[in-house]
Write a protein that binds this ligand. Structure first.
Ligand code: ABN
Ligand code: CU
Length: 658
């Protein structure tokens, strides 16, 4: 297949589709399938080429260029998966999706508005909110949260329908923070293709609507605190990274930036230059979904389990970042070509932010005997994006460090879901009181990171190490010796594991075919946080739908069609993804491996979370372990930061007094 230079300006097979390519793909689809104006494009993005084709790619030579699309016909409710070959300008695949068994297309942005209209126009819903004290004029300002429907058995009345739930919040004016005024015990079920409410759930309790105004816009917050002097981050000589289209090089690191509507930021082909050679570590890394199951028995909440990746789109809902606010210093933004629901291309400006950050001490020693002092500061490269999925805002920050460490940090902020209480009542399911009038239902946030590993080559294994104390006796005369016990996973089901703080459990991805200078296999250690896994019952709706969250670790042999921890289409799906991928217990020893890591936050709400929650941080690190033959950052320069010092101090961070 030859690249037709009229249709692509891409320089690499993994470059996201350009505006021209997106326009071409949607026009080919419209032409080939005679798509009418009620057809929508919940997905349209690069179909990443086969891994072997990517690895074999030689700059300047031809490569395939294909677009994946999900097309929804709103008149019939039919959904199709499509593949367009942009080089030959042909439709090469067109397959209907069985929505009852395979799940539905993710919720589109226009459906957020449709949901509000359908609910506000529904006579039964209007009557129900009037019973709770609202007037026709109030209804104009009511906020409707567009919730994914979930899956609670395949009742006939729901089969084949594209559904959503609408939950209401009172607002005195449109710019009020509705989450301070939840309308309790009332849920509308909307048929999205019909554009109407088909069922209204009402607990009939008429819980009073919390009335206190708690806004967070600057005007409402009043006079800000004072005392903050300017803090500038400057790089007078420019940045230390270089960017060539989507390829980035920085401090021995090399990688490519990618972006998909579902995952947002993707890092491709990440490697570290060591003795002049780029050693591969990750073929591809991303967060494939984020699920939030709620722990509450009440009518407004028991069904809440949003998949912000697979049902809404972390990338699709990315923010356009603001220089000097979201991002400080010498920033390189990436604009991301995208399409709207109609398949029309547009640019998401400033969707990805990249910059360098000082990170304190990397290594240091003061030799008290000789007065020799050496220290080197650490710098990290930050590649990030933020998205807003209705109430919550999530930042995804990848960090690369000069010592070979890779980190992903998710930042959770925004506004919690709220639930009204009758006077004197406490949350029945154990949620956290936020104000005297309302609480926040307890919930868990689960992220599913997919790490297609490539430590020094395509064949890797995964080991688990646990610490254990050794009985006193032979070989442990004084009782001080303890052991670390390491096993290597051979099959998928052995590698479905939970973290264990008591044994200091950790996992390593190694290349068993290579040995380093001390006879060990080069590897990267996955440093997990020890947060609870899914606490909903395994056989419950959430337990099945967010099955990926029942374990912190999964390891699968690479299969191109296994891309998302929660499966391809979690919207209205009974449950897919990792528990299904691993059920055949395939071999994972010395194979092309994908390591899946579930990490998350179990959130009991509290007054400090409101009105906007200070950032909560969760994530993981991948740290080199026997990958290098010594500290790879010994070659850092000792130069001192000029802006921090007075004249007369030496220019470097080393002192030899002896
Ligand atoms: N943060 C999930 C979500 C999506 C839609 C509406 C409310 C909440
Ligand atoms: Cu939360």
């Amino acid at each position: 297949m030859n690249v037709n230079l009229k249709t692509t300006t891409a320089s690499h097979p993994l470059d996201p589709l350009s505006l021209q390519e997106l326009a071409l793909a949607s026009s080919i689809l419209k032409r080939e399938k005679n798509l009418h104006d009620k057809c929508r494009f919940p997905y349209l993005h690069l179909a990443e080429p086969d891994k072997q084709e990517v690895l074999a790619h030689v700059p300047g030579q031809s490569f395939s260029r294909r677009a994946f699309a999900l097309v929804l016909d709103k008149l019939t409710g039919n959904t199709f998966e499509a593949l367009v070959d942009l080089n030959s300008q042909t439709l090469v695949h067109w397959q209907p999706l069985d929505i009852d068994t395979q799940g539905h297309a993710p919720i589109m942005i226009e459906e957020f508005d449709l949901c509000v209209e359908a609910v506000q126009n529904d006579p039964a819903w209007r009557a129900a909110v009037k019973r709770r004290g609202l007037t026709d004029a109030d209804i104009e300002n009511v906020q409707i949260d567009p919730w994914s429907f979930g899956y609670f058995g395949d009742e006939d009345r729901y089969r084949g329908k594209r559904l959503m739930r609408g939950v209401a919040f009172y607002r005195d004016k449109l710019t009020d923070n509705g989450y301070a005024h939840p309308i309790e015990g009332l849920v509308a079920i909307i048929d999205l293709n019909k554009g109407e409410v088909i069922e209204l759930l009402d607990d009939g309790r008429l819980t009073p609507i919390p009335k206190a105004t708690i806004n967070y816009d600057s005007a409402s917050l009043g006079q800000p605190r004072d005392g903050l002097k300017p803090l500038h981050i400057t790089q007078p000589e420019g940045v230390s990274f270089s960017v060539d289209d989507w390829k980035v090089s920085w401090q021995n690191w090399e990688f490519r930036v990618g972006f998909t509507p579902r995952e947002g930021l993707v890092l491709h082909q990440l490697g570290y230059r060591d003795s002049g050679v780029v050693r591969p570590i990750l073929y591809r890394a991303s967060v494939t979904d984020m699920g939030v199951p709620y722990s509450d028995n009440a009518l407004n909440h028991y069904w809440k389990c949003a998949f912000d990746g697979g049902e809404y789109g972390l990338g699709r809902l990315a923010n356009q970042l603001e220089l000097g606010c979201d991002c400080l210093g010498a920033i390189r933004y990436f604009d991301v070509p995208s399409v709207n629901d109609q398949g029309e291309p547009f640019v998401m400006k400033n969707a990805i932010c990249m910059h360098e950050e000082d990170y304190g001490t990397l290594w240091k020693h003061y030799e008290f005997r000789t007065g020799v002092f050496e220290m080197r500061r650490s710098r990290r490269l930050v590649i990030s994006f933020f998205c807003t999925v209705a109430n919550y805002d999530y930042g995804f920050f990848w960090y690369l460090y000069q010592d070979g460490t890779i980190e992903l940090e998710a930042k959770l902020t925004g506004i919690i879901q709220t639930a009204a209480l009758a006077p004197g009542q406490r949350p029945a399911s154990g949620g956290g009181m936020v104000t005297p009038e309302f609480y926040g239902p307890t919930h868990q946030h689960f992220f599913s990171a997919r790490l297609h590993m490539m430590v020094d080559g395509e064949h890797n294994s995964v080991t688990e190490t646990n610490f254990q104390s050794r009985p006193q006796g032979e070989g442990n005369t004084w009782g001080n010796v303890f052991d670390s016990v390491t096993t290597t996973f051979t099959h998928e089901l052995e590698a479905a594991r939970e973290a264990n703080g008591q044994t200091g459990r950790f996992w390593k991805i190694i290349n068993p075919n290579i040995k380093n200078a001390v006879g060990n296999h080069p590897g990267y250690k996955l440093m997990a946080e020890h947060n609870p896994v899914m606490l909903a019952q395994p056989d419950s709706s959430f337990g099945r739908r967010a099955g990926f969250a029942s374990k912190h670790l999964w390891v699968t042999p690479y299969a191109p069609n296994e891309r998302y921890g929660s499966g391809d289409y979690p919207n209205q799906h009974r449950g897919d993804g990792l528990p299904v991928y691993t059920q055949n217990n395939r071999e994972i020893l010395n194979q092309d491996l994908v390591v899946w890591h579930t990490f998350g936050h179990t959130h009991i709400c509290k007054p400090e979370d409101f009105p906007v929650m200070p950032v909560e941080y969760v994530g993981f690190k991948l740290k080199p372990n026997n990958f290098f033959n010594g500290n790879p950052a010994m070659d850092l320069p000792a130069s001192r930061d000029h802006a921090s010092v007075q004249d007369g101090q030496p220019a470097s961070c080393c002192k030899h007094n002896a």
